[in-house]
Write a protein that binds this ligand. Structure first.
Ligand code: NDP
Ligand code: A1CAB
Length: 289
């Protein structure tokens, strides 16, 4: 593999998001809110959606573009490039920006399943890469992010990445091969909880609560359970046992969940997300061969 240089000197502290969708916005919102980066130091680039860029500029005051020349300049000048497009768009997107990047810039990927080796292959040089798996709760400072660093990432760059993600939640630095199962737990995880909440709200409304009451009660219940687990440090099974009176309502409800194979179903869902992450990465890899 080759190293690479060009005539641009990256501006320290500038972050360029290549891909301006849900995950990029969640991070930008968190970074600005926590004052880890100023709006003027952040650029957000996409393929074509102009309306989206207008919204992002109005909402966050960041620099945005979908114009090739301006995009290439913003990419060349950024010290950190965050890759935030869907796996299906990766090949075209990364190969098209590779000529404007150098190994002096840090690449942060939030792309599901895409390995460090594949990103370096697409770039054509040995870039320093932080492969991450955040989740959308980063937008309100409650994210949970897994990170693996390539050997080329300096300790100063590692610290920059940790600062970025710790500002928007918790961080687990883990070996790259564990990022897939982490995706199944925390990357996709918020969606499982929302799914459960949707069902609780629907049941509450079907039983006669107003939509607002069902929503408020469900939100407070999930919030209380999460905070309880964090604050007490207790095993969830013990917290569950404290609610479950013998022959009471909770036991009756949990019996219904068991009849529906609740534990096995949730585990299978997490493992399927892990497997899907592998499949997504493999598809990009195969497209390169
Ligand atoms: N959403 C989530 O909860 C999480 C997502 N991720 C990962 O983050 C990545 C992004 O996901 P998400 O934000 O949901 O996706 P979105 O579909 O919301 O956004 C994708 C963005 O990529 C842009 N894009 C696509 N192709 C190109 C290209 N060739 N050049 C420039 N920009 C391009 C799109 O631009 P345009 O609209 O103009 O086409 C759009 O702004 C994915 O890989 C996903 O796996 C990781 C953790 C959690
Ligand atoms: O569904 C996806 O592919 C991404 C990865 C984690 C959350 N959303």
């Amino acid at each position: 593999m080759v190293t690479k240089e060009n005539n641009y000197v990256p501006h320290p502290g500038t972050i360029c998001f290549y891909g301006a969708g849900s995950m990029a916005e969640a991070m930008v919102r968190g970074l600005i809110h926590k004052q880890v980066a100023s709006p003027g130091s952040i650029s957000m680039l996409n393929r074509s959606n102009q309306e989206r860029l207008v919204f992002l500029t109005q909402q966050y005051g960041v620099v945005t573009s979908n114009q090739p020349e301006q995009k290439n300049k913003l990419l060349s000048e950024a010290s950190i490039i965050v890759l935030a497009m869907k796996p299906k768009d990766v090949k075209e997107a990364i190969t098209s920006i590779a000529p404007y990047l150098t190994d002096k810039q840090l690449i942060v990927s939030v792309i599901t399943g895409l390995s460090i080796a594949t990103i370096q292959k697409l770039l054509g040089f040995q870039a320093p890469i932080a492969r991450t798996m955040p989740n959308t709760s980063s937008s309100i400072g409650y994210g949970a992010t897994g990170i693996s660093f390539s050997d080329e990432v300096s300790s100063e760059q590692q610290q920059q990445v940790l600062t970025m993600f710790e500002a928007v939640g918790t961080v687990s630095v883990i070996p790259e091969e564990k990022l897939e199962i982490l995706t199944g737990v925390s990357g996709s995880g918020p969606a499982y909880i929302y799914f459960m909440m949707e069902a609780m709200i629907a049941a509450g409304m079907e039983g006669g609560l107003s939509a607002q009451q069902a929503r408020d009660l469900t939100v407070q219940t999930v919030l209380g359970a999460a905070v309880m687990m964090r604050e007490t440090g207790e095993d969830p099974a013990k917290l569950r046992a404290a609610i479950t009176s013998p022959n009471g309502t909770t036991q009756a409800a949990l019996d219904v969940l068991r009849e529906g194979n609740f534990t096995e179903t949730v585990k299978a869902a997490v493992r399927r997300a892990e497997e899907r992450s592998n499949e997504l990465g493999q598809a990009v890899k195969e497209a390169l061969q």
